[in-house]
Ligand binder design. Structure first.
Ligand code: SAH
Length: 462
């Protein structure tokens, strides 16, 4: 089993300091299940790679295992010596303990700096294959190169099994990369491994700090990491949720957008327009995609014509706010039954979103990377396919009318783009043609003869 870490941040050989392993030496470490060796296949100023080679002794492993259960051939002959499973995590924790914690006496500032790094693993057991690998690592910002391994390249008809080769790259702190591998390799493997006890919850929460509570697959991660033991993963998820809500308390300070919009109370007009459009379309079962803190849901619940309202958002923090705004725990039974909140990443196909009359995306698309819009389109228009889809987004043409908005700036720091009317029109026409919808456009807010309305709305129907 091999894990190779590479950096090309100059001087690249500083990787030796970060890992606390000298590039000129080959070092070995004895572990309970075999031996680990660290060596540097390449160590120049421009590029430096450190490899962790793990020799697992399957026979010793069986001999040392507790209990006197009858052994099968499978205990002796399996993929453990060759594939990156939970043993790699144990090895990372033992061999790279300080680097995992982000401690580096020789280069303390470097340990805190995001640097270009890659991790290569030629064989990783991945239950669920490539798609699970992507779902786990892409939300963390890695570029993921993954390919299924054929069982034997001489016999392509044998096909591939659940092993993949994997290369992750990104600009991250070394301790983050090691932490992500430490938690996620056993999750990918989803096979029996050493740890399943209550202190694993604490360990998971500790290593998951700062990224797990907002990861779209946190439930899968938690469940697999804690080996599907219901009581354990329920508990861990509940704790993660609390963490996420706590973290939100001081984040999300009011930003310029709020001040800007106060004058026209644009948000009220926006939500009012959305409700009218939904009623006119006869929608009864509605998805609020990217529901944020649930302002629209609140209006929809009040209106008796909506039978089922589902709010979905990627952010647990927002969903927590929505639950509080809606007082879900105190809502009378009849109302509560009509509302559900889901954590979902809109750029991944989510079959739970199928079968609704309408979906709305209020001020959401502009928060996505333009390159990810295609995945959102496929999920919403291609897979969920509601009869009506309402999209609202800022009208960039109007920005010149905001007195407090410096020229060329977006209305919100998290916006990835703001479309002119023409740009929304072009995007909507593409969606219309690709997915067989009709589209019309409506202004929201006071219409200026030159630059249109502050918010623009596209209503798709099929
Ligand atoms: N619709 C709400 C919130 C708009 S803010 C309102 O009008 O008040 C944008 C929301 O989109 C945020 O809550 C954010 O968490 C959510 N979001 C951004 N990217 C997302 C994604 N990929 N999947 C799901 N939700 C996303």
């Amino acid at each position: 089993m091999l894990l190779t870490l590479t950096t090309w941040r100059e001087p690249a050989s500083d990787l030796g300091f970060l890992l606390h392993k000298h590039p000129d030496r080959v070092q070995s470490f004895s572990l309970p299940f075999g031996e680990a060796v660290v060596f540097y296949p390449e160590a120049t100023e421009e590029r430096c790679s450190a490899t962790l080679l793990l020799e697992i002794d399957p026979v010793g492993l069986v001999r040392r295992a507790p209990g006197d259960r009858a052994r099968s051939l499978f205990d002796y002959v399996n993929d453990r010596p060759y594939a990156a499973s939970s043993f790699v995590s144990v090895a990372i924790a033992r061999v790279f303990a300080s680097a995992l914690r982000g401690v580096c006496d020789a280069r303390p500032e470097l340990a805190l700096t995001a640097i270009p790094l890659s991790a290569e693993l030629p064989a990783v057991p991945a239950l669920g294959g490539e798609s699970v690998v992507r779902r786990l690592f892409e939300p963390l910002g890695y570029t993921v190169e993954v390919s299924a391994l054929e069982l034997d390249s001489r016999f392509p008809e044998w096909g591939s099994d659940r092993h993949v080769s994997l290369r992750l790259s990104g600009v991250v702190r070394l301790s983050q990369l090691l932490t992500h591998l430490y938690v996620l390799l056993p999750v990918l493997d989803d096979d029996k491994h050493y740890w399943v006890s209550e202190d694993e919850i604490a360990k998971l929460l500790r290593h998951g700090e700062g990224w797990l509570s907002s990861h779209p697959e946190r439930e899968l991660i938690t469940r697999r990491y804690l080996k599907h033991q219901r009581s354990l993963w329920r508990d861990a998820l509940a704790q993660l949720e609390d963490l996420d809500i706590e973290e939100s308390a001081d984040a999300d300070a009011p930003v310029a957008e709020d001040a800007l919009e106060e004058t026209v109370r644009l948000q009220d007009q926006r939500l009012g327009s959305v409700v009218s459009v939904l009623k006119a379309a006869g929608a009864r079962r509605v998805l609020d995609l990217g529901c944020g803190s649930g302002q629209l849901i609140e209006l929809l619940v009040r209106d008796g014509s909506f039978e089922e309202i589902v709010g979905a958002d990627i952010s647990m923090r927002s969903l927590g706010e929505a639950a509080r705004r809606l007082r879900l725990d105190r809502l009378p039974e009849a109302k509560r039954e009509r509302v559900r909140l889901l954590q979902s990443a809109l750029t991944y196909r989510d079959t739970r979103l199928a079968g609704y009359d309408a979906a709305v995306l209020v001020e959401v698309v502009e928060h996505l990377d333009p390159a990810r819009l295609v995945s959102l389109e496929q999920n919403v228009f291609g897979s969920a396919q509601p009869r009506t889809v309402v999209v609202t987004t800022p009208n960039a043409d109007y920005n010149v009318r905001w007195e407090t908005l410096p020229a060329g700036e977006f209305r919100h720091p998290d916006h990835r783009f703001e479309w002119t009317r023409e740009q929304l029109g072009a995007w909507a026409a593409g969606v219309r043609d690709r997915f067989g919808y009709a589209v019309r456009f409506l202004p929201v807010g006071p219409v200026d003869p030159d630059v249109g309305s502050p918010t623009q709305m596209a209503v798709f129907s099929r």
